[in-house]
Design a binder for this molecule. Structure first.
Ligand code: HEM
Length: 133
């Protein structure tokens, strides 16, 4: 017997609302197009960006309520630790945000969602700064 759902529909996650995995894949593709052509950031990344794309898209999908595929593939995110090998100063964080802002601004989504996503990225990028003043 199915349980009675007296509270109506389950609350939809941002992951579902924005379009699931394809949304995050498109966002990350757009972001890496920017990184690929940015001399401030490109040298930090591996020559082949395929894994970088996959990992970031899975991480973001998981963060916003999708399946725990990032954890399954990579283990716990521990992003500060994973960024420790790189010099992330205010300039690098700003360059990263520039490309992510461009990607978010070109994504098809409601203005309130866009704002929420941009705020999250700004907070996360600030939090990963590990060098400089
Ligand atoms: C603040 C500026 C940032 C810089 C300069 C930066 C740079 C990098 C670099 C060089 C890598 C390694 C390349 C790779 O193996 O993929 C990396 C990996 C990664 N970054 Fe960032 N990042 C920044 C901010 C962020 C933010 C804000 C997030 C999340 C919201 C993030 C999420 C990730 C993830 C999930 C990985 C892959 C970790 C793994 O599984 O190995 N990064 N980042």
């Amino acid at each position: 017997m199915r349980p009675v759902r007296w509270s109506g529909k389950q609350r939809e996650t941002a992951y579902e609302r924005w379009g699931g995995a394809p949304f995050f894949e498109a966002l990350v593709d757009r972001f890496y197009q920017g990184v690929e052509n940015d001399p401030r950031l490109r040298p930090m990344y591996p020559d082949d960006l395929a894994d970088s794309r996959r990992h970031l898209a899975l991480f973001l999908g998981q963060y916003w309520g999708g399946p725990a595929d990032y954890d399954a593939l990579r283990g716990a995110p521990r992003l500060r630790l994973r960024h420790a090998p790189f010099t992330v100063g205010p300039a690098e964080a700003e360059a990263w945000m520039e490309h992510m802002t461009e990607a978010v601004e070109s994504a098809p989504m409601e203005p309130a969602d866009r704002g929420e996503l941009l705020e999250y990225f700004a907070m996360a990028a600030r939090n990963l700064v590990n060098s400089g003043p």
